[in-house]
Design a protein around this ligand. Structure first.
Ligand code: FAD
Ligand code: DHB
Length: 389
């Protein structure tokens, strides 16, 4: 087989890139290790920045998002029983949109099917070859048969555990990592959200987040020790813990019910540099991870896609390689700002096992400054709704 761009990974980064390129007339083949059903069963992010919404519109996959997404003009921050609001509309005039990653992925798969784009599911043993040459190729096994695709470029959109990043030699790659001493236990429940807006809560018992997917689907999280196992958390234990961490008014009105998904995710900050090597470009979680606080994971994947899409489009349509040469530098400049914001929000809102009295007072002072200072609110809002591409 031959194509212009092989995209490894059929998650949101790979699919969005493939749809944008297809619209621009650039041929791609997407190789995904799992089945479509498996990818769609993963419950992950829920908040989209305006930049990502615009990119989905540009890819012609935003009809349902525009109809069903909830536009949020602000978010609530609670510090024990003191709750204040960050007003995105007033501070920066831009909202965020609540629409699940699962739905984004579903819309992208549907569009890919409708437009005839090629996706190979259950592609095993994907291997990248001659990435530093002008003639790279990718091999994989499908239904027991070895296959090869020759191409011009390879987009590594295969997430944190993919093969693309590892293809870049160790002496070229620099990795930066911070692992946090706790995780997030998340549940999905078919109950109405406790509030119209999200509530980020810093409580004596640890962080909690009230989020949502739609009018009858709520997403809640509590900070938990890394040693906890999902099986040890009954639904009742989860709801009790959540109620103890969120403001009293919310706890009193919280509607509970059976959970339909429950999982624990560790928290990590990670960046690999550079994001390009020869004809391979890394995109999304393949190159970087943020702790989820502030909802930057999926959105930062989208900004990488934006830079890479324009770089490839300029190469094929305008004969310009400037975007290709500067991809890594431009993507990383924005990635590091998202890393900083997620790290800051994580530090602001969680209880750390080794936290001293001084550390706690710093956190309280940071929260009070944010509550009382319009410039601080504006800085928070600018980052939360998404820095410009
Ligand atoms: P992925 O979504 O990881 O997609 C990569 C794809 O590549 C997968 O489909 C995988 O099967 C495929 N793949 C992997 N290896 C290979 C291979 N060798 N060959 C072929 N295919 C391969 N972000 C937020 O903003 N808010 C959240 O609440 C949030 N919650 C999260 C919860 C969890 C448990 C995780 C893991 C992440 C969460 N994130 C969240 C982060 C967000 O989901 C990611 O940033 C986003 O999925 C990145 O998209 P991606 O396409 O780059 O990577
Ligand atoms: C969600 C996750 C986040 O990490 C966040 O900051 C906001 C919302 C969510 O899953 O809805």
């Amino acid at each position: 087989m031959r194509t212009q761009v092989v995209i490894i990974g059929g998650g949101p980064s790979g699919l969005l890139l493939s749809q944008l390129l297809l619209k621009a007339g650039v041929e791609t083949i997407v190789l995904e290790r799992k089945t479509r059903e498996y990818v769609l069963a993963r419950i992950r992010a829920g908040i989209l920045e305006q930049g990502m919404v615009n990119l989905l519109r540009e890819a012609d996959v935003a009809d349902r998002l525009d109809r069903e997404g909830f536009v949020h003009d602000g978010t609530l921050i609670a510090s024990d029983n003191d709750t204040f609001r960050i007003d995105f509309a007033k501070s920066v005039g831009v909202p965020v949109v609540v629409y699940g990653q699962t739905e984004v992925t579903r819309d992208l798969y549907n569009a890919r099917e409708a437009t005839g784009g090629e996706t190979v599911f259950e592609a095993d043993d994907v291997c990248l070859h001659d990435v530093k040459s002008d003639a790279p190729y990718v091999t994989f096994r499908k239904d027991g048969r070895d296959q090869r695709i020759d191409c011009d470029y390879i987009a590594g959109c295969d997430g944190f555990h993919g093969v693309s990043r590892e293809t870049i030699p160790k002496d070229v790659r620099q990795e930066f990592e911070k692992v946090y001493p706790f995780g997030w236990l998340g549940v999905l429940s078919e109950t109405p959200p406790v509030d119209d807006e999200l509530i980020y809560a810093n409580s004596e018992r640890g962080f909690a987040l009230c989020s949502m997917r739609n009018a009858n689907l709520s997403r809640y999280y509590v900070q938990c020790p890394l040693t906890d196992r999902v099986e040890d958390w009954s639904d009742d234990a989860f709801w009790e813990e959540l109620k103890r961490r969120i403001p009293e008014k919310a706890a009193d009105t919280l509607i509970t019910g059976p959970t339909i998904e429950k999982s624990i995710a560790p928290l990590r900050s990670f960046v690999t540099e550079p994001m390009q090597w020869g004809r391979l470009f890394l995109c999304g979680d393949a190159a970087h991870i943020v702790p989820p606080t502030g909802a930057k994971g999926l959105n930062t994947a989208a900004s990488d896609v934006h830079y890479l899409y324009h770089a490839l489009k300029d190469h094929y349509l305008d004969n310009s390689d400037k975007g290709i040469e500067t991809y890594s530098t431009r993507a990383l400049a924005r990635v590091w700002k998202a890393e900083r914001f997620s790290w800051w929000m994580t530090n602001l809102l969680h209880r750390f096992p080794e936290q001293s009295g001084f550390d706690r007072r710093m956190q309280q002072a940071d929260l009070a400054f944010l509550r009382d200072n319009e410039a601080a609110q504006q800085a928070m809002a600018e980052n939360y709704v998404g820095l410009p591409y």
